[in-house]
Write a protein that binds this ligand. Structure first.
Ligand SMILES: Nc1ncnc2c1ncn2[C@@H]1O[C@H](COP(=O)(O)OP(=O)(O)OP(=O)(O)O)[C@@H](O)[C@H]1O
Ligand SMILES: O=P(O)(O)OC[C@@]1(O)O[C@H](CO)[C@@H](O)[C@@H]1O
Length: 312
């Protein structure tokens, strides 16, 4: 079982418009509502592919109830911790050329007592889990010290921790010794203080995160695919998408596929890239099912050319 933790989940509303024009009334050609938040998406992708997962989410207010209903309707196994605040709604505006504009709310304040309840739920359930996967932004309220403490307790208890977050939360996961971190290109740049221009820059940045404590670094690079740096060495790969529809949740699908396939080596990276590419071809933050996956398009190479420039 893979336990996901989303400290700041959301109800995701995606609107498809012909062209996004500021200051105009736009008519949506299509719309979707999905349960949202990065760990929630990892659980949804795992479930859609027959991998057991439980999602820990703090939920509150009408949107919290809606999120629980949406997740129950999909059949996601839930550990919902009630909070006083209102779960956020995040908006995606998608254009036909694949351009996505996203507006995310800050999310409800999580009090110290609520964060302690969420942490307890995570630590209690972790014993049954092959991985504990903490994803997404930190809500207002718990400081970085509380988050660091949760990561350290999980690692200290011997659980395999994966962290997909940004800024201080990503660095907290690294410093706590998470077995895996999954930054995207911007998060990697922020973590090492340098914008990568080539594959070599990405590999160097991943090595720095490993030197700082992370066991493995899976860097997702949008259309440039992904790089895995771990104790076994370096792998890079990509999977082309002819008609990108929505990149929202692609990183979550990629991480889910990688974990589902054992989180190690070319096979796991191939699976992750296949799930990521499939998510990009689907609307909103819809997660791929086995019927959406095409592993034949994925190319993974060991020791890639470090001078290769990044495009996306
Ligand atoms: N335009 C694209 N073409 C092909 N594959 C893509 C494209 N965009 C994303 N992907 C796939 O999805 C994976 C994740 O993308 P990205 O790096 O944008 O993640 P992310 O920023 O974490 O996404 P999110 O936070 O929305 O889940 C990539 O590693 C790649 O496999
Ligand atoms: O604000 P965060 O926590 O960084 O990201 C939240 C979010 O954008 O991430 C998911 C896609 O990865 C969406 O379901 C959700 O709206």
């Amino acid at each position: 079982m893979i336990l996901t933790v989303t400290l700041n989940p959301s109800v995701d509303r995606a609107l498809e418009v012909d062209v996004l024009v500021r200051g105009e009334v736009l008519r949506a050609a299509d719309s979707h509502i999905d349960p949202g938040g990065k760990g929630v998406n990892v659980s949804r992708a795992l479930l859609a592919n027959g991998v057991r997962s439980t999602a820990v989410v703090p939920t509150g207010g009408a949107e919290g109830e809606q999120l629980v209903d949406l997740l129950n309707a999909e059949g996601v196994d839930l550990l919902s911790v009630p909070i006083a605040g209102r779960t956020r709604s995040n908006i995606t505006v998608a254009e036909p050329d694949g351009t996505v504009t996203k507006i995310n709310e800050a999310g409800p304040v999580l009090s110290d007592a609520e964060f302690a309840q969420v942490s307890k739920a995570v630590l209690d359930a972790a014993a049954q889990a092959d991985w504990v996967v903490i994803c997404g932004s930190l809500p207002p309220g718990p400081g970085i010290d509380a988050f660091t403490d949760l990561c350290s307790r999980l690692v200290g208890a011997g659980y395999r921790l994966a962290v997909d977050s940004s800024g201080p939360a990503l660095l907290a996961g690294v410093a706590a010794g998470a077995a895996l971190v999954k930054p995207n290109r911007e998060e990697l740049a922020e973590a090492v203080g340098a914008e990568p221009a080539t594959l070599g820059d990405v590999i160097e940045a991943c090595r720095r995160l490993r030197a700082a404590g992370a066991g493995a670094v899976l860097a997702s690079l949008g259309a440039d695919g992904a790089v895995l740096v771990d104790a076994d060495g370096v792998l890079a790969g990509a999977s082309p998408v002819s008609v990108p529809r929505s990149t929202v949740g692609a990183g979550d699908a990629m991480l889910a596929g990688f974990l589902a396939a054992g989180a190690r080596g070319a096979e796991a990276l191939t699976e992750g890239l296949a799930w990521g590419a499939a998510a990009v071809s689907l609307p909103g933050s819809r997660m791929p099912t086995p019927a959406d996956l095409d592993r034949t398009q994925v190319r993974v190479t060991p020791d890639p050319d470090p001078s290769r420039p990044l495009h996306s």
